[in-house]
Design a protein around this ligand. Structure first.
Ligand SMILES: NC(=O)c1ccc[n+]([C@@H]2O[C@H](COP(=O)([O-])OP(=O)(O)OC[C@H]3O[C@@H](n4cnc5c(N)ncnc54)[C@H](O)[C@@H]3O)[C@@H](O)[C@H]2O)c1
Length: 270
């Protein structure tokens, strides 16, 4: 029988800090000016990670970083205005992270456009709206990944977490198409980057009770979402963060290319 303590990985230490901590990791969260991205940024900061908040909305993302600094003791945060669809800006985002904190360990591709869950008017989608959703939800995660992959390869360690959606598995118009594409991109990147010590996974949330949901989904639609879950309630940012946080750790190093549903047992019988 093999003695696990004789594993050279455990004896000598792996490139990342061992175990299940995210303390001292350098984490970029896109779409962090509001909503779930801002919540993830705050939760990573509270766990001792250094966090770069990136968002198209420059003034709000600065405000979000300032609020985290004020609320979380010893928070290390930086804000950078970034349009994830623009390669020059995603490169600048990565450069800002390196300048602020010296490394990039974790990328959370959270920025996204949604709101077409119900009805799902794929047939009426204008070419411009199609291009916009695909640009933010699919091109954005690719460009952000391309921007951070150099430093991660050099370190031989990295975690990329794409925020997908249950919309990938139900009729959800262009949004659903973009998120299913993101799942496939996750698998492709995981295969390519695995040999460099970088894992790439997607988290597909179910219905979350936040401002975006309340403003974009009518009350009847929200009730149907609740009814569609096994646990009969909407989720919260905290419900999602457990999985996101775990995927960002050393412990999750043998999980890659996966899309993990965190959805209260949601099924698409809407
Ligand atoms: N809220 C839910 O119920 C739910 C469920 C499943 C998946 N998701 C996914 O979670 C993510 C966040 O959702 P949310 O509810 O917090 O949405 P939200 O609309 O509140 O926040 C999205 C953020 O992305 C930013 N953003 C938009 N376009 C951008 C661009 N080009 N570059 C950089 N930033 C940009 C916005 O400024 C905003 O701050 C999205 O990817 C969404 O698809 C949300």
């Amino acid at each position: 029988m093999t003695d696990p303590s004789a594993d050279p990985g455990i004896e000598e230490g792996l490139p990342g800090a061992p175990g299940g901590s995210v303390a001292d990791r350098v984490v970029i969260v896109t779409g962090a000016a509001r909503g779930l991205g801002r919540d993830y940024a705050r939760m990573f900061a509270a766990e001792g990670a250094a966090v770069v908040l990136a968002d198209l909305d420059g003034s709000s993302v600065t405000g979000a970083a300032e609020a985290i600094s004020a609320d979380v003791a010893d928070a290390r945060v930086a804000a950078v205005a970034t349009d994830v669809t623009d390669p020059a800006q995603t490169e600048a985002m990565a450069a800002a992270a390196l300048e602020s904190f010296g490394r990039i360990d974790v990328l959370i591709n959270n920025a996204g456009i949604w709101g077409d869950l119900e009805p799902a008017p794929a047939v009426d989608t204008s070419p411009d709206y199609w291009d916009l959703v695909m640009a933010v939800n699919l091109r954005g995660p690719l460009l952000c990944t391309q921007a951070v992959v150099g430093p991660m390869r050099e370190a031989g360690w990295g975690r990329i977490i794409n925020i997908s959606s249950m919309g990938a598995y139900m009729p959800a118009g262009v949004y659903g198409v973009s998120k299913l594409g993101l799942n496939q991109l996750t698998f492709a990147l995981a295969t390519e980057l695995g040999p460099s010590g970088i894992t790439v996974n997607a988290v597909a949330p179910g219905p979350i009770d936040n401002e975006a949901t309340r403003t974009q989904v009518p009350p009847k639609g929200i009730q149907k979402m609740i009814d569609g879950t096994a646990v009969k309630r909407m989720g919260t940012a905290t419900d999602l963060f457990g999985m996101i946080r775990f995927l960002a750790t050393e412990e999750a190093g043998w999980i890659t290319g996966q899309t993990l549903g965190v959805n209260g047992g949601f099924s698409s019988r809407l």
